[in-house]
Design a protein around this ligand. Sequence first.
Ligand code: NAP
Length: 286
Amino acid sequence: MILITGATGHLGAAVIQQLLTKLPASQLAALVRDPAKAASLQAQGVHLRTGDYRDPVALEQAMQGVEKVLLVSGGADADGLQQHHNVVDAAKRAGVRCLAYTGRALREPEALVNDLMKRHFQTEDYIRASGLDYVLFRNILYMDTLPQFVGPRVLEAGIYLPAGEGRVSYALRRDMGEAIANVLATGDCANRIYTFTGAQTYSFHDVAAALTELSGREVRYTDVEPADFVAGLKARGLPELVAQLSLGFMTDIKHGQESAVTSELAEVLGRQPASLKEGLRELMGL
Ligand SMILES: NC(=O)c1ccc[n+]([C@@H]2O[C@H](COP(=O)([O-])OP(=O)(O)OC[C@H]3O[C@@H](n4cnc5c(N)ncnc54)[C@H](OP(=O)(O)O)[C@@H]3O)[C@@H](O)[C@H]2O)c1
C-alpha cells in the first residue's frame, strides 16, 4: 500500500490520479485532514486515512499496513519543519519501508534568501538520518505559479517584478506529479534523488515574449527595485510578511537558484515536459 499525503492538494491529487492509472485503487491510501474534501477519491476506491502533520498518533495510525509514504511538503506554518519530522517519525514507528519526499530543486541551499525553502533541505537531512529507505523528489518552481506572479492584468499592464535577468526551468505541476507517480509505482526506493526541472530556462523577458506571442498583445517585462515591489504589494493590501516572502522568491530567482536543468523529468515521463509556451497556453487559457 502507498500512502500519499497532501492528497487534497494540487500535487498530491495529481500523483494519485496518475497512480490510479498504474495500480489498483485498493493499493492506494490518501492522508487527508478533511475527509469531506476527498469524497471523489473515496468514490474511486482509494483508502482514506485522516490525519494532520501535527498529530503523531493519528499519523502512526494512518500508516498501519503502509509500505511506502509520499510526504508532500506542507505549507508555510511556523512549525512546518516539526510537522515534517512528525511524519518521518510516524513512518519509522509504523514500520514503513520507504519514505518519499517532495522538496525543491534549488542550486545553492546555503545561499537561499527565502528561509521557507531551507526547510526542504532540513527535512531531507532528517529523512537521511532516520535510517528509512528514501526517494527525494526535488521539484523546480511550478509553472502554475506564473499567473499569480505576473498578475491578472498582465496582458494590459506588463510584468513588473524584481527578478532581474534570473532564469527558471519551470515545469508544470502535473508533469512533476506524473513523474513522481511513475517512480512510486516501481519498487525502487534506493535512496535516490530526482531533480525534476523543465528542459530549458526562461527569464521574465521570455515569459513576456511567450505571452506576446500567445495573446497577440505586446507584453513587456520591467525589472523593478525590491523596495518598490514590496511597497506595491502592500498598497494592494498584502501583509508585510507576505510581501517579504514574495520578494524572497524573486530574489532567489534573480540569483539563479531556480535555473538548474536536468533531463530527469523527461526521462521518467518518457517524453518532454511542457515548454513555457505550452504551459502558459493551458494555464492562462490563451
Ligand atoms: N515547486 C513549487 O513551485 C512549489 C510551489 C508552491 C508550493 N510548493 C510546495 O509543494 C507542496 C505541494 O504543492 P501543492 O501545489 O499541492 O500545494 P497545496 O495545493 O497547497 O497542497 C498542500 C497539501 O498539504 C496539505 N497539508 C498542509 N499542511 C498540512 C498538515 N498540517 N497536515 C496534513 N496535511 C497538510 C494540505 O492539506 P489540505 O488539503 O487539508 O489543506 C494540502 O493537501 C506545497 O505544500 C509546498 O510545500 C512547491
